[in-house]
Design a protein around this ligand. Sequence first.
Ligand code: ZN
Length: 138
Amino acid sequence: MKSYRKELTFNVRTRRAFINITPDVEACLWESSIKEGLVLVNAMHITASVFINDDESGLHHDYDLWLEKLAPHEPVSSYRHNVGEDNADAHMKRQIMGREVVVAITDGKLDFGTWEQIFYGEFDGRRKKRVLIKIIGE
Ligand code: ZN
């Protein structure tokens, strides 16, 4: 069995963002030369997510509004976690959107369902953050 590991780095200029990282994962898969197996992609921070859904800007806008309703950033003082920091909402947004995804690899390709793409969800940006890609198979 072969195994491959890589970290992607992001430094998003805004507090929140959704980034399609499918091309990055495909590049890693090509580099790994693994044809059959599994790829795990996970955020290495507790205020960011990796998730799978449609690459549609209206949907991403809707996600942002929905997450802000569930866990508004302001007022910062309404969260107990926000003693010396202001990112309690980002922890909650990450919890809802998830930590990681696993995708099957078949014949050297990501074996997606219809319209599926992999996204990095940033909820407390403006600093360097990492995503882990781990591929196993042969
Ligand atoms: Zn925090």
